[in-house]
Design a protein around this ligand. Sequence first.
Ligand code: ATP
Ligand code: MG
Length: 376
Amino acid sequence: MSELVLVRYGEIALKDRWTRSAWERILEANLAHDLREAGVSYRLSRTGGRIFVHTTDERAACVAARVFGVVSVSPAWSVSPDIASISSSAVELARAAPPGSFAIRARRSAGAISSQEIAVEVGSSVQQATGRPVDLSCPKLEIFVEARQDHAFLFQEILPGVGGLPLGSQAPMVALLSGGIDSPVAAWTMMRRGCPVSLLHFDARPYADSLSQARRCAQVLQRWASGRRINFVVVNNSRGIGLIASKNPRATCVLCRRLMYRVATEIMHREGAVGLITGYSLGQVASQTPENIMAEQVGLNAAIYHPLIGMDKTEIVDLARRIGTLEITEETKSCTAVPSKPMTKARLDVVLELEKEMDLIGLARELAEEAEVERI
Ligand code: ATP
Ligand code: MG
């Protein structure tokens, strides 16, 4: 049973002092929330670019590994930083582990003795005490030693964390959440990069019905949010779709998107957010072409992020599975207002003219007024 979990957070450590300490505090608060929520009793401390979760609860490492900003975690033991103490703990660990070859992997950040010396001396103690052979290239058992000024840490595994930046270290955004596979992955990707999100769903009934899938995705995303409440905003868009589809069927998707972005921009201001997020992946469907993306966004007053733009479907599906939204979204049906031959090379002048003709700007303002906000 380990006595603490070593939490590593690579990228934050590269920041200047002020930013680093601000982000470390956010990360600590997020970790504390998730540990509490999981019912783990713990104490946190931090030195030298690491957070330590002092606990004997075995769940702590897994909880910490899924907090945004955490690069890796190791359940560890802390001993005094002298060769005798390190050796006796390493022997204890080796005795408790299944038989086979071993290697000592040592690192030192302070102290007189070098990492090479630690590896050699501790290694020979383990060998003598247990009779295990040394194998540096493919050992059955690895014992890592990290020697510092006041403590040495011993651990056997390095579990990958979810990575990214601490949630709350970047400005909030509004993610357009459809109920399909991609958009929850996009929202999660930006959360992982530090952005708290509000989720905006356009209820397109009777053309499409994915409100319940979107809401369930929002609930899953909430579980990644380390206690920050997520607003789930619903705007009914059937009026807009009806109008657009009757005027110019081939341009339905491009115009519908412009309408959604305009509504979303209003919601963004209301939510105090700074940017919009979509689940676009280039070329994935006929409408997601560079020409269309250009025509959909020209002249809008918001930064629009498409974090999945360069990803393949299989990569997105793998992420959705890991996030926990895949099952919810797999059965989601597509919108019946999508024409059989959607425009793939939208012309800016035509699109802008149509938008004006239908007064989509006025309509967007009206739809945004009707938005309903739910707390997830
Ligand atoms: P997804 O799987 O995310 O639905 P998709 O590949 O089906 O994406 P589209 O339906 O063209 O592609 O949607 C592209 C993006 O537009 C979505 O990822 C989402 O961000 C946004 N979007 C589409 N429909 C809606 C909706 N009803 N409500 C909110 N956002 C939507
Ligand atoms: Mg979709």
